[in-house]
Design a protein around this ligand. Sequence first.
Ligand code: OSB
Ligand code: MG
Length: 368
Amino acid sequence: MRIDGIELRRVAMPLVSPFRTSFSTQTEKNILLVRAVVDGVEGWGECVTLPDPRYSPEYTDGAVDVMRRFLIPALTGVELSGAHMIGEILKPFKGHRMAKAAIETAVLDAELRIEGRSLARELGAVHDTVPCGVSVGIMDEIPRLLDAVDGYLAEGYVRIKLKIEPGWDVDVVRAVRERFGDDVLLQVDANTAYTLRDAQHLARLDDFGLLLIEQPLEEEDILGHADLAKLLRTPICLDESITSAQTAAAAIRLGATSVINIKPGRVGGYLEARRIHDLAVAQGVPVWCGGMVESGLGRAANVALAALPGFTLPGDVSASDRFYKVDLTEPFVMHDGALAVPQGPGLGVAPIPEILDELTTWTEWLPM
Ligand code: OSB
Ligand code: MG
């Protein structure tokens, strides 16, 4: 197969409410989509870069640049036996995993559509539905946060993740436990907002029976996480630090992580995500599927991944209406706290043309 061309497309999607983390507040989601035309068949990939390099070193304008300047030219005119070759071909270009992931996903979607196979089946999914967790942003005051959590629990979410930062942590977790009890599956995500000097403070979270604390320290501080793990009873789960199967293996070996958040974009694609899943399973390390506030396109692929056997904890896999009033695809709707795994060829979903056109702010076609 050959890639005939790639279209880059930016869409602007309003969020139902602002989403605040320790690193930024998002009120609108600006998504970069990749549409690959492969032997005349189109496939879609969603690039999970954010506008600023505050979560990871990548950012959206940088992704457009590296795709245009290096990644797409390297794939131009190349005969591919499958999307699995893309990772190898792009390997000489360091980093830029989110950009690479978006291209690989678009080509993989097209390949699977040509062959009539679903991404879920291709990855090795063993479930028809996946349980939904929800990531709850930082808010101005605890009563508002409690109202939000109340609403998500009423909708049926089976696991709550609270974003935390210094000044919005122990008291918030305590308030949620006091109001909703000890049975709620609860975890926290710091997005690198702490240092090892905060270990004593973070140990106060041990009283609340959390499933895990996600990425308390800096991305590169693997040893710091290993040290912190010895000081906390709450399991540490790395997100930002896990950029590949190789870093995952090292973090597990060093005792820096006992659970892994797998985000396909962060690690360079769904194929690398599966490799991390496989090695984590072999090591007895539970994994869950992270999210990057994706539209229905990225969400569909995440749901497929989350249906693999090692994904034993609910992921940041929520319904479309958690973030969007109008999704790009048929919306993902939660039933009994779960989403159905798409079964159609490829991602199993595609953008709805009128909605896509309406939300598009820019496109560029790159013939190959
Ligand atoms: O750290 O998991 C994170 C969103 C953007 C960037 C980083 C993170 C998140 C989330 C949202 O927590 C997860 C979701 O898409 O539901
Ligand atoms: Mg995280």
